[in-house]
Design a protein around this ligand. Structure first.
Ligand code: PHB
Length: 365
């Protein structure tokens, strides 16, 4: 029996189905200013059949930016621009959450006024990001060693999250999602491989979770718990992490979020990024730790989705690449229709091609 197409009651609203759209970087924000465009509004509105859309990561401050042309949510212009996106999605009958992002060390001096990024510790991300060369072509560039954040600087970043939350609310988003996954700033604090701090934000598992939870508390305070989702990825290797106690941390965070009654917990499973496959044992434990809405994401197809939903380990599934290529994905899954293939070379940057030109079944017919 299919559960993907049943409605789902979240604390903030009822989603008409459990086929959610996962957050995905597309690098098409207007330059300079990192504002959302009319084309982005069209892209998201085309996908309004999702039970919930989660936007691409949107940086909470200039410091939180790590890739070329990602949108921000800290300036007045960005709020106006995002409001056009939420209007378009709501006009098409959809719901949309803003993903609040700080990349930490996954950035480049070209995006940071020439300086390094910031992180829990001065340990480099062993990998690269994507920036633009002087001709505007996307190029890969290594991320230099970040600067370790001083203890007294952390409240400034918490305030950036708070302002971004108020901005998302002003821009008429239906929720915010805190990006605590995939090796970006908050996970750089959680992970023992990227956090060597000796203050109360490093060392024990409780200490490493402290900053991410302070961010959650500020965001909840700026809106309310029902409108706040949190994304985690306990096993991910993406972002240069190798967590000795990643699963334990995942469960600890889930328990703390359960106490806070947040709107949902979003699990980014590692297999999309060539990480180890998450086993059912963790899904069972996560379900025990968190009694609210759980969204699972990461390389799902309909069969895997039905299995995990049917077992009660998740309440909704977020689809990524298949939602890029299929704006009407919920309909296609409901009737068992074929899927458009993804054109991976068109994921990042550029214009309409590979963005708003994927046909719906109706247009194809
Ligand atoms: C990416 O841009 O490659 C990216 C961004 C955010 C994620 C994962 C990947 O959570």
């Amino acid at each position: 029996m299919s559960t993907l197409h049943d409605p789902l009651s979240l604390p903030a609203f009822t989603a008409p189905n459990r086929v959610f759209m996962a957050p995905m970087t597309r690098m098409r924000a207007d330059q300079p200013g990192d504002t959302a465009t009319e084309l982005m509004a069209e892209y998201y509105a085309q996908r309004a059949g999702a039970g919930l859309i989660v936007t691409e990561g949107t940086q909470i401050s200039p410091e939180g930016k790590g890739y070329f042309a990602t949108p921000g949510i800290y300036s007045a212009e960005q709020v106006v621009a995002w409001h056009r996106v939420t209007d378009a999605v709501h006009g098409a009958g959809g719901k949309i959450a803003a993903q609040l992002w700080h990349v930490g060390r996954v950035t480049h001096p070209d995006l940071q006024n020439g300086g390094p990024g910031v992180s829990a510790s001065a340990l480099p991300f062993d990998g690269s990001t994507t920036i633009a060369d002087i001709d505007g072509n996307l190029v890969s560039a290594p991320c230099p060693t970040p600067r370790e954040l001083r203890t007294e600087e952390l409240p400034r970043i918490v305030e950036d999250y708070r302002r971004a939350t108020r901005n998302a609310r002003d821009a008429a988003f239906d929720m915010v999602e805190i990006h605590g996954a995939n090796g970006y700033l908050l996970q750089q604090f959680m992970s023992s491989s990227s956090n060597l701090r000796t203050d109360e934000y490093g060392g024990s598992l409780e200490n490493r979770a402290r900053f991410p939870l302070e961010v959650v508390d500020a965001v909840v305070d700026a809106w309310d718990a029902a409108h706040v989702g949190v994304r985690i990825s306990p096993l991910i290797k993406f972002g240069g992490l190798d967590d000795a106690d990643g699963l334990e941390m995942g469960l600890y965070i889930a328990e703390r979020l359960n106490e806070r009654n947040i709107g949902y917990l979003h699990l980014s499973e590692p297999d999309w990024a060539e990480g180890p496959v998450l086993d059912d044992d963790f899904r069972v434990k996560l379900r025990e730790a968190f009694s609210g809405v759980i969204i699972a994401a990461g390389g799902y197809d309909a069969a895997k989705a039905e299995r995990v939903l049917g077992s009660g380990w998740a309440d909704a599934i977020a689809f990524g690449k298949s939602f890029i290529a299929n704006p009407d994905l919920p309909t296609r899954l409901a009737i068992g229709a074929g899927l458009n293939p993804l054109r991976p070379e068109l994921i990042y940057g550029g214009g309409r091609a590979g963005y708003t030109d994927y046909p719906t079944l109706e247009r194809a017919a």
